[in-house]
Design a protein around this ligand. Structure first.
Ligand code: FES
Length: 130
C-alpha cells in the first residue's frame, strides 16, 4: 500500500486510489468544487516528494490555463500508486471566509474525464513558447 503524507501526516492508502479521495480519508477537507472533473483547481496541491512523472491531458490544460503549471498539481487527476508527500492548498477551513460550507460534489472513484496520461517532459515541451 502506498504511503501518502498529507500536510505532514502519513496514511497508508489502497493502491490505485484517487489522490483527492485519499486526502479526504486523511481528514483534510480539500476542495473539489467541480466534483473531480479537472476544471476547478480547488483540489490543487504542492508536492514535497513523489510527484508522478505523468499528467492527464485535462490536468495539463487546466494548469496552463490558470498559470499553475510547474507549481501545483490537481489531486483529482492523480492515482496513488507509489509513496507521495503533498501539501494541501485550498480547504474548507481556509475558504470559510469565501462562503464555503462544503468541499464540493463527491468525486468518482476513478479519474474523470477519461484519463489520457502523458509524460510531463513531453507536456513541458508543448507548453514552451515557440
Ligand atoms: S480540478 Fe476540480 S476537483 Fe480537481
Amino acid at each position: 500500500m502506498p504511503i501518502i503524507t498529507v500536510d505532514g501526516q502519513k496514511h497508508a492508502v489502497p493502491n490505485g486510489k484517487r489522490l483527492v479521495l485519499a486526502i479526504e480519508e486523511a481528514r483534510v477537507h480539500i476542495g473539489h468544487r467541480c466534483g473531480g472533473q479537472g476544471r476547478c483547481t480547488t483540489c490543487r496541491i504542492r508536492f514535497d516528494a513523489g510527484e508522478p512523472g505523468t499528467m492527464t491531458r485535462a490536468e495539463h490544460a487546466k494548469l496552463v490555463e490558470r498559470g499553475y503549471f510547474g507549481d501545483f498539481r490537481l489531486s483529482c487527476q492523480i492515482i496513488c500508486d507509489h509513496d507521495m508527500a503533498i501539501r494541501s492548498e485550498v480547504t474548507l477551513e481556509n475558504q470559510a471566509a469565501n462562503g464555503w460550507t462544503d468541499t464540493g460534489p463527491a468525486p468518482a472513484a476513478s479519474v474523470e474525464p477519461v484519463a489520457e496520461w502523458l509524460p510531463i517532459e513531453q507536456l513541458k515541451n508543448e507548453t514552451r513558447p515557440a
